[in-house]
Design a protein around this ligand. Sequence first.
Ligand SMILES: Cc1cc2nc3c(=O)[nH]c(=O)nc-3n(C[C@H](O)[C@H](O)[C@H](O)COP(=O)(O)OP(=O)(O)OC[C@H]3O[C@@H](n4cnc5c(N)ncnc54)[C@H](O)[C@@H]3O)c2cc1C
Length: 380
Amino acid sequence: MKKILILGGGTAGTIVANRLAHRLRAEDASVEVVSDSPLHYYQPAQLYIPFGEEDPRKIARSERKLLNPKVSLRIDTISEWLPDKQALRTAKGDTISYDYLVIATGSVPCPEAVEGFVAGADHFYTPEAAYRLYHKLSEFEGGSLVVGVGGIPYKCPVAPLEFTLLAEAFLTHKGIRSNTEIVYTFPLNDVFQIPSVVPVVRALFERRSIRAETFFNLEAVDAEKKVVKSLEGTELPFDILVMTPPHKGAPFLRGHPMADNDGWVKTDRNTLRVNGLPNVWALGDTTDLPISKAGSTAHFEAPVVVDQIEAAIHRQEPPPGKATYNGHVTCFIDAGYGKATILDFDYSHPPAVNEPDEFRHLQKIAFNKLYWYLVPTAVI
Ligand SMILES: Cc1cc2nc3c(=O)[nH]c(=O)nc-3n(C[C@H](O)[C@H](O)[C@H](O)COP(=O)(O)OP(=O)(O)OC[C@H]3O[C@@H](n4cnc5c(N)ncnc54)[C@H](O)[C@@H]3O)c2cc1C
């Protein structure tokens, strides 16, 4: 019997585990998930915590309950990966071997990587940080709100845009928009990394009087003077600074021969195999692929990994055309005021973006509720 080990009980790892449990016979393979938390977080909900629209205590559920009973779950932190020995070491001191390995340990926001960030900036990339920001925004009486991206790549590329648009609507409803300046910073030469998305964002920013500072590569935050500085020499004063922190892969992957210095795993863009290893795959945020680090990415990648593992176990070629990832990503952009739009794209087709509307917003809200029943459980 083969042993399949899945690292990470987040969106990617849970979908793969449940799909494998449906697909494989118990006598062919065992499936084990190793995760450093007994909880599974629905991270998109964190975007709404700062505005008081989501309760941080309600965005996580038991990973055990989301997993098919045929999948075993071990709560431990992977501390070392030994590909030559087909084994992993854990923080509790265990060594775990595998026949097939799936790496789905996600990405980690690293505010401490930027001077002054922890003391001077806020973010919404953990439930705790999002809740601190909720308190700050509740007490905010107007001034300068600077929102920006402090390093690429980061998870959910549209989240900082969404936060900016939601904050604008929030401040309007609070009656303090007219005495608040909103500035959005981005490291590249425009407001977003996908050119076809830029005109819609620019139009929204213009209509809502949001100023964009592009080519703003975060250098440091001066918490005392309340100024954020870029490598390009721009300095912006702020009353509240909401920065997307730089992200890295899981600590055990940083500098590993199968990953780069930041821990992004060297992954084939189509097969999702890791650095030519025949029995190791990576998916979700942890890959080095130049695509969105998004739950939808993990969702569309998971069937590819499952098809490949099933074929490998049965010593067959994967079904033609099925076991190939084409770069498919789908992301909603919540634009505030009860409207949203959607980006849908793959490696060969950039997204065509429409003006935000109520229908897409309803879809986004419905998806946020239905996630638990449909996505990690691999119903869709
Ligand atoms: C504010 C916000 C808004 C977002 N909005 C959207 C959106 O609208 N649409 C969208 O598609 N995506 C969105 N995302 C992104 C989405 O949440 C992630 O891309 C998705 O969760 C990635 O799945 P993953 O399984 O790769 O990583 P995760 O879901 O983060 O799971 C990683 C798992 O690995 C575990 N782990 C990590 N290190 C170790 C270790 N050393 N040992 C053992 N276990 C470990 C973690 O505990 C976790 O269970 C958003 C994210 C944020 C923060």
